[in-house]
Design a protein around this ligand. Structure first.
Ligand code: SF4
Length: 369
């Protein structure tokens, strides 16, 4: 079984923190793009691939009109066998959700929506350059529920320049009031070349200190776990049974095919990345960067990704079955260092991060690379 990712690279406006590949949503371009997506899917038609997750991400997939989404979905069903019980997700921006679109998504087979709430403080949303308001998030969430979506994920951001612990607490409370099945939490990092980076340079905003960053993360983790959410991955929380099946494929090193400009695939031990140049993608979607991962890289990736899964961790038996070696033989040094430091725990059948390592996870995970 594979996961299918479909990249929709259109955004109504560039957010101040974003360094993703995205383009203005011109109608003509949308149609050309969906035609190219359908052609790209045809490349896999004779491979007999069976998908149990489909994920439309972006960009802003919910900006597209439903007929374009329908065209892409029809191509997927023509070229891949999609399980009857597949998890099929679409990302949505709260200001683009309408009752008609929500009904169309249900009719097209989507059974999960990931809604980019980010914050429930309007001044923070506007500082981020988001086009939606907290009222839009509430309204779109209600529309999705009324349309029958019983699996909704909300994105929440922390370490926003104008955010403090009190405003973060307000956002967390409002997220909990909506009772989503899944919550993803992302700490803002100011990336080179973004409007935020320029504002930082001229002193118009300041970045959170490492301590503030860790404290905000801790505030979110404790509030959400106290409310009964399971922190199944360092940045992801869910009600039991509502873990993101698609994203689990990334963390568990399973195969996935990405369709669309800048989309990545991991298939047959190789990573492929489509061009992020929109015109080049339309002209020749087969323009690929192909990279074959060495065994050493695959083993590092196994540890780096599996350790993000707070409960499942890195299974000793799975590692041995996959690489014919024991974790201890390959990673004796970082294991010894982090077991001694108490940042890793040996659970007998697997290694997991200790709770206090969640706040310094990058420094632990990097030692396995
Ligand atoms: S909506 Fe998402 S992809 Fe689009 S500009 Fe904002 S952060 Fe970037």
């Amino acid at each position: 079984m594979i996961g299918l990712y479909v990249h929709i690279p259109f955004c109504a406006q560039k957010c101040n923190y974003c360094d993703f590949c995205s383009y203005p949503p011109l109608t003509q371009r949308q149609s050309e793009y969906c035609d190219a997506l359908a052609c790209e899917a045809m490349l896999y038609k004779d491979h007999g691939l069976h998908a149990d997750t489909v994920y439309f991400g972006g960009g802003t997939p919910s900006l597209l009109n439903s007929s374009s989404i329908a065209k892409a979905m029809a191509a997927i069903h023509e070229c891949f066998k999609v399980s009857a019980d597949a998890e099929i997700t679409i990302e949505a921006n709260p200001c683009t959700v309408t009752a008609q679109k929500a009904a169309d998504y249900r009719a097209l087979g989507f059974n999960r929506v990931s809604l980019g709430a980010q914050s429930f403080i309007d001044s923070e949303l506007s500082a981020l350059g988001r086009l939606h308001s907290t009222a839009d998030t509430q309204r779109s969430f209600d529309i999705l529920r009324n349309a029958g979506f019983s699996n909704i994920s909300l994105d929440l951001m922390y370490a926003i320049p104008t955010q403090d612990f009190s405003s973060l607490s307000t956002s967390v409370t409002k997220v909990l009031n909506l009772e989503p099945e899944h919550i993803s939490c992302y700490g803002l990092k100011i990336e080179h070349g973004t409007p935020f980076a320029k504002m930082l340079e001229r002193g118009a905003i300041s970045e959170k200190t490492d301590d503030e960053y860790a404290d905000m993360y801790e505030q979110i983790c404790s509030s959400l776990t106290l409310a009964g959410y399971d922190q199944y991955e360092l940045s992801n929380f869910s009600r039991p049974g509502f873990e993101s099946k698609h994203n689990l494929k990334y963390w568990q090193g399973r195969q996935y095919i990405g369709l669309g400009a800048s989309a990545a695939s991991f298939y047959d031990g190789c990573r492929y990345t489509r061009t992020s140049d929109f015109d080049a993608y339309i002209a020749s979607f087969a323009n690929d960067e192909r990279y074959e991962l060495s065994i050493d890289e695959l083993m590092s990736e196994f540890m780096f990704l599996h350790l993000r899964l707070t409960g499942l961790g890195a299974s000793k038996a799975d590692f041995r079955a996959r690489f014919g070696k024991d974790i201890e033989d390959v990673f004796s040094k970082p294991l010894a260092k982090h077991l001694a430091a108490g940042t890793l725990v040996d659970k007998g059948d697997r290694y997991v991060l200790s709770k206090r390592a969640y706040y310094v996870s990058n420094s632990v995970l990097c030692d396995f690379v």
